[in-house]
Design a protein around this ligand. Structure first.
Ligand code: AMP
Ligand code: ZN
Length: 137
């Protein structure tokens, strides 16, 4: 399941050193080398999955539980005021490393990290069309 050309496989399995905040049989949590804020970390599965849709349900569940626990510890230790979990799938969504990961991003009052979006607009007709596509097909 390991992909030899994948940098996150190498980091997750300890072949490339990283600053590790947590590890267990399934995951390693490392500090991001281009942090959005102080303490920005990444949860990486040890096995290679390109994105969320390749994870089996059990591992996906453990990923969120692990992210929650590590985030709680980081929030307390770093004195963060808030916390974002971010998880990108596909180039169009901003994914640059094709090995599933969850970003753990501590937030601080006025930190200026640009990871929120400007709200757009929609119509009742569009909302109904989307509902129909997702629910009825
Ligand atoms: P994404 O855009 O969701 O694919 O996020 C990839 C993240 O991985 C970015 O935040 C990068 O800064 C981070 N990154 C890439 N290579 C490394 C590395 N060797 N060590 C730590 N973080 C990395
Ligand atoms: Zn990989």
């Amino acid at each position: 399941m390991k992909d030899c050309n994948c940098i996150f496989c190498k980091i997750a399995n300890g072949e490339i050193p990283s600053t590790t905040l947590y590890e267990d049989d399934d995951f390693r949590v490392i500090l991001d080398m281009g942090p959005a804020t102080r303490g920005h970390a990444l949860l990486l599965p040890r096995e290679h999955y390109a994105n969320l849709f390749e994870l089996d349900d059990a591992l996906a569940g453990r990923a969120l539980v692990t992210a929650k626990r590590v985030a709680a510890r980081m929030k307390e230790a770093l004195g963060a005021d808030g916390f974002n979990l971010v998880q990108n799938n596909g180039e169009a969504a901003g994914q640059t490393v094709m090995h599933f990961h969850i970003h753990l991003i501590p937030r601080y009052e006025n930190d200026q990290a640009g990871i929120l979006w400007t709200p757009g607009s929609t119509t009742p007709e569009e909302m109904e069309e989307i509902r129909r596509l997702v629910v009825e097909n």
